[in-house]
Design a protein around this ligand. Sequence first.
Ligand SMILES: Cc1ncc(COP(=O)(O)O)c(C=O)c1O
Length: 402
Amino acid sequence: MDADRHDPGGREVIQYRHRSGILDLGWGHPDPDLLPADEWSRAWSRAVRRWGHQLLTYGHGPGPIPFRRWLGERLGETDAHPVDPDEIVVTAGASHALDLLATAHTRRGDLVLVQSPTYHLAMRILADHGLVPMAMTPDRGGLGIDVAATADRAHDACARGRRISMIYVVGTFANPTGRSLAADQGAALANLAEELGAVIVEDDTYRELALAGDAPRSLQSAHPSSGVARIGSLSKVLAPALRIGWITGPVEIVGPVSGGGLLDSGGGVSHANALTAVEFASGGGFDSHVATLREAYRGRRDALVAGLHRHCPDLDFEIPDGGWFLWVETPKVGQGTDWSTRAERQGVAFLPGTTFAPGDDSVGTRATLEQRIRLSFSLLSTAELQEAALRLGRAFSVDGRD
Ligand SMILES: Cc1ncc(COP(=O)(O)O)c(C=O)c1O
């Protein structure tokens, strides 16, 4: 593997850590070759000429209106409805959006309903706010939500004096499962949120990465009158370092965020980058970039899938319609965790399924997660993914049949 491509000596510069000799399928990071450095540089020059000092001064609290207009229209193309700019707040990524919503809409000690498995780093943000995750009951297939059973448990918890102020759900091409929320489960969840007086935070970070047809409709556009805050980001389709994200939702939800002290003191977040993103998008630049990415990631997904079919016949998985991840079932409980060390000896790494456990095992999903692994196909090239599948095959067939 070309170490320079992934870590050009920048140990104290970037988050990713290259480990010599390891093809790492654990990172949900973009391939460095797919980051649009030249196009961004040209867009930045155009933005400086166009906006002058307005590009570099304190920005408007909720984010610059040209960006919010562009985003509102873009969501009308990738989802069922455009979004009014007044219902958008620009944030420094989806992570920041979740943090801001937790500040505005929760209190320490509240419960938050989450999927199991869930996006593990969101759990860290909830913990920062003293919030306690409560796993939702999975449906029979294990990848969706049994909302009726969840509602019973949620009402019980409230009867015992707990407050449930938020439901966090990765609804489209989820990390780690690649699955999208079924429409009927989304509708039932919207009802449950209303009964509980909780805000649903719909993490929509992967919407642009539809790899087979269109992305499904968001929970927010399907249930506009319920309290859904959708969070999104350009991290996966433009570049994570730009820290451009957003919250969309009714003014009751976004108002307390944009009216908060943070944006009052510091002005709008990622102001210059948001204005530059509009330049980047002008003349079809964003459309063509996203089309290139979709083709590239589709090719990588297919390369990994073909490699696994060839070299790892004992692994079971669905082919995701979007996003960056394969959520793979190993033949026996425990192997998702145990095989990690065996795989590294063969020069390949992944994240064990237990990484995505929400921390609350009241619904007994831990054993299922011990049989799962997450393979990301975003960072490595097609050739590296093929080699990674070969190494996984060696790790799993030589040592794995015990
Ligand atoms: C589901 C999900 N939400 C949020 C994030 C973080 O997004 P951002 O870079 O916009 O903070 C990620 C990144 O892996 C993710 O998978």
